[in-house]
Write a protein that binds this ligand. Structure first.
Ligand SMILES: *Cc1c(COP(=O)(O)O)cnc(C)c1O
Length: 476
């Protein structure tokens, strides 16, 4: 690609993206097309044998994506905890890809490594975690939980788990404790990292879906008595279903007394600890040995960006340092420098930190506090509206997640139709066996007017479903 060609294609693409972003509120949230329609739009030809003009390809790709995507930045998207992406993040990814530093080793990415280190520090500062903790950017919340899980396994196993594995002669069954509301990453971690999912102790919850600490203490005691090794306690700073926050200071105390690693899954809610009125329970994440944060959620970053924070960076190195003879990364005498391949699971690493760093500087702490507080307020407004609405039943409200029900029958079909409507996008939770609609606000495009429009959409589509289910019913 010549410089001139790149300039022309690039400018044109930026113009198209800018128009797309401006047009979001007027577009359907989703085209709701079945797979065969999407495939037909794409075409099913073989690998092209010859090339094409970049500008034409970009035009085509942009049009296809704009027309056949679900739009998370639509003002009425309140589905999965999946943010409206800040435009500066897209520009940051563009710049990062153009320079292409390999943020695995300092010498391959001098400035990018320092930007990542600063970004990690700033994220820690924002949520009230020690700014001198270790940490790194990863692809998302799952990975941001996996990294501390592996560190905890390494640090807490009192035998050579790296060399001999979990089934070492001196090994004992490693037990992990978390509430039944924990995100499914814990299944993957227990499975993939050799513990087995049966080693998870699912601790019950109270009326607000927070971990029952009396049960937790009892189970740790029982497991110790039978010779197991309780090694990891996972607390939620915002559960995925309802935004429930476990009593983190109490969990920290229990972990300390019992000698467990205390990890907080803050993939969704950790950023809310920056709010001036954050609860003491949420602020308790500052006591954890590690915290998972997910910038592609409440820092409004485009996918992908997660962040694992580990209080003592030496524990990261203990877990992830393997130095093969074919690596030669000379140190800078008398100076500390970070080689991130020794802090996490990846070897070559992209420059995810740039977009996050730019966004943190674009709006600062105050900007984030305002946007996050706005999301919380919209969620609270929806809860009140649902409480007052005769056909809706408000269920839970935590952080920026509201759950509610449509009272007549057919709520699962209603959710499917809502998701296909293109008017809004909700998801569901199952709370104590009850299927509820769930709206999660991580969207700086949403306004109170958008929230106020939701009951009308839900009850209109709900009435259609209800009528089909019970055509003979003369209700109302
Ligand atoms: C979203 C979420 C995860 C997983 O994060 P991904 O970025 O989707 O990998 C883990 N835990 C909680 C509480 C979450 O909300």
């Amino acid at each position: 690609m010549s410089g001139e060609e790149f300039r022309r294609a690039g400018h044109r693409l930026v113009d198209q993206v800018a128009e797309f972003l401006e047009s979001l509120p007027k577009r359907p949230l989703t085209p709701n097309e079945p797979p065969h329609v999407v495939r037909a739009a794409l075409g099913t030809g073989p690998l092209p044998s010859s090339g094409a003009r970049p500008q034409d390809l970009l035009d085509q790709a942009a049009t296809l994506l704009f027309e056949h995507s679900l739009l998370s930045a639509h003002p009425r998207f309140w589905g999965y905890i999946y943010s409206s992406a800040a435009p500066i993040g897209a520009l940051g990814d563009f710049l990062a890809a153009a320079v292409n530093p390999n943020v695995g080793a300092w010498n391959l990415s001098p400035l990018a490594t320092e930007i990542e280190a600063q970004t990690v520090r700033w994220i820690a500062e924002l949520i009230g975690y020690p700014a001198d903790s270790g940490g790194l950017l990863v692809s998302g919340g799952n990975m941001a939980n996996f990294v501390p899980f592996l560190v905890a396994r390494k640090v807490k196993a009192d035998w050579n788990v790296s060399g001999e594995g979990l089934r070492a002669p001196a090994g004992r069954p490693l037990r992990v404790y978390c509430s039944a509301e924990t995100h499914t990453w814990i299944h993957k971690a227990a499975d993939l990292f050799g513990l087995g999912t049966e080693m998870i102790r699912w601790v019950g919850t109270d009326a607000e879906l927070r971990m029952d600490t009396a049960e937790l203490r009892r189970r740790i005691r029982e497991d110790k008595e039978s010779g197991d090794l309780p090694f990891l306690l996972v607390g939620a700073a915002g559960s995925v279903s309802t935004g429930a926050v476990d009593p983190l200071p109490e969990l920290a105390a229990i972990a300390r007394e019992e000698g467990l690693w205390f990890h907080v899954d803050g993939a969704y809610g950790a950023i809310a600890a920056a709010l001036p009125d954050a609860s003491a329970d949420l602020r308790g994440l500052s006591l954890a040995d590690s915290v998972a944060v997910d910038p592609h959620k409440w820092l409004y970053m485009p996918l992908e960006a997660g962040c694992a924070l580990v209080r003592d960076r030496r524990d990261l190195i203990k877990t992830f340092r393997h130095r093969p003879p074919y690596y030669h990364f000379p140190e800078h005498e008398g100076e500390e420098s970070v080689n991130y391949f020794e802090h996490g699971m990846q070897n070559s690493r992209g420059f995810r930190a740039l977009k996050v760093w730019l966004a943190l500087r674009q709006v600062g702490r105050e900007g984030y506090v305002r946007m996050v507080a706005d999301d919380v307020r919209l969620s609270q407004a929806l809860y009140r509206i649902a409480q007052e609405h005769p056909e809706l039943e408000a269920c839970t409200q935590g952080l920026s997640i509201t759950t509610f029900r449509y009272v007549p029958r057919g709520i699962q079909e209603l959710l499917t139709r809502l998701q296909r409507s293109g008017e809004t996008f909700l998801t569901n939770a199952v709370i104590r066996g009850k299927f509820v609609l769930r709206a999660c606000f991580v969207n700086f495009h949403s306004t109170l007017a958008d929230v106020e429009a939701l009951p009308g959409i839900v009850t209109r589509i709900g009435a259609e479903v209800d009528a089909e289910l019970r055509p003979q019913d003369l209700r109302g």
